[in-house]
Design a protein around this ligand. Structure first.
Ligand code: FA5
Length: 338
């Protein structure tokens, strides 16, 4: 029995030198002095010994236990001091840092923010609308009745068994805004649009437009041209001229396709503009009175102009990108260039 107690003490002394932290010390204490330890079972069995033997072993066991507790206590202090050893934990500030990759904006977001900045500096408000739109706002309110062939002009994603569709143009925001606001006002409405069409280098099923809408008492085509010239000149950081060509959109009368002077050759003629000095940009026109009526305004009380342009088209011109599909490709080699 005496031998056993001394063995336990020696085992502890050996094990404790390897202890590195408080957790290991706790485990060690539990192993040698815990309720299920050999040491405690010796103490429990003392009662079975002869009185003489019981006294001797009991004294030895208690003395040894005291010694072991003392050893553990001083080890605990040692471990604590070790952990407070600042020298060991010293941070080497001379080690070269690892660059953490921070995200950045997609070129469409960059262009959108630039557009918003330019227009808000001209006193425009920014309007918004839902991407899943009712047929009323996407078509009817824009003077495109159900049977009108113009519904086929934009291949629309319709929702089954409902009158909802994925917004095919930001023009859908026009009546929404006008129902809630009285003229005069000037807004732009940037947003995502969706069309069920085959994709190629200039067409995507999901793309962005921004609508401009200015309504008041005496708004005319001259205002449209002027605002467009100011905007594009600021956006492309050069003097831009506007050219309007007659076109048809049910929601404007007269309607135009409009071009800007080539941003590569300033209108002289180059390969980007196919030698004619102009770049096609989007649709525009004077708001059709039927659109005002659908929005709840009296006929012929106000005049206004509107346009709708592709954001991708602008970004492609600005950054010389030759395929619209790159924007949504998720290709990091493309995205990281911005
Ligand atoms: C319209 O969507 C009219 N709502 C524009 C408008 C507004 C006219 C207000 C008059 C008054 P259009 O379908 O032409 O028009 O589209 C306008 C622009 O959106 C295009 O010039 C093009 O830049 C962009 N766009 C249209 N379809 C796509 C597509 N599938 N992928 C990428 N860009 C597109």
């Amino acid at each position: 029995m005496e031998q056993k107690i001394n063995d336990i003490k020696n085992q502890i002394l050996k094990a404790i030198s390897k202890v590195r932290d408080n957790g290991e010390l706790f485990d060690l204490e539990k192993k040698f002095l815990g309720r299920k330890s050999e040491f405690v079972s010796i103490l429990k069995n003392l009662k079975d010994l002869a009185p003489e033997e019981r006294k001797k072993i009991g004294e030895l066991a208690n003395k040894t236990k005291g010694e072991i507790l003392e050893i553990i206590k001083s080890k605990r202090q040692e471990v604590k001091n070790e952990n407070l050893n600042f020298n060991k934990e010293r941070i080497d500030v001379t080690i070269p840092g690892k660059k953490s990759g921070i995200g950045h904006l997609n070129p469409i977001s960059i262009v959108r923010r630039e557009i918003e900045d330019i227009f808000t500096s001209m006193g425009f408000e920014i309007a918004d609308g839902p991407e899943v739109e009712t047929e009323f706002y996407n078509f009817d309110s824009l003077n495109i009745p159900k049977s009108h062939p113009a519904r086929d002009m934009q291949d629309t994603f319709f929702m089954k068994n409902s009158d909802l569709a994925m917004r095919s143009q930001t023009s859908a925001i026009q009546a929404r805004y006008m129902q809630k606001n009285k003229p005069p006002f000037k807004i732009i409405a940037p947003g995502r649009c969706f069309r069920n069409e085959a994709t190629d280098t200039t067409h995507e099923h999901t793309f962005h437009q921004f609508e401009a809408l200015v309504v008041g008492d005496n708004i005319n085509v001259g205002n449209l041209k002027h605002v467009a010239e100011v905007f594009f000149s600021q956006f492309f950081h050069q003097d831009i001229k506007i050219r309007l060509r007659p076109s048809y959109f049910p929601f404007v009368e007269p309607g135009f396709e409009y071009d800007i002077s080539c941003t590569m050759c300033a209108g002289v003629g180059c390969s980007a503009c196919k030698g004619n000095g102009w770049l096609e940009l989007g649709g525009a026109g004077m708001v059709n009175q039927n659109v005002f009526v659908a929005a709840g305004y009296p006929r012929n009380k106000y005049t206004g102009f509107a346009w709708g342009i592709g954001l991708e088209r602008l970004a492609m011109m600005k950054y010389k990108i030759d395929d619209v599909r790159l924007f949504h490709s998720g290709d990091l080699r493309f995205i990281r260039q911005f």
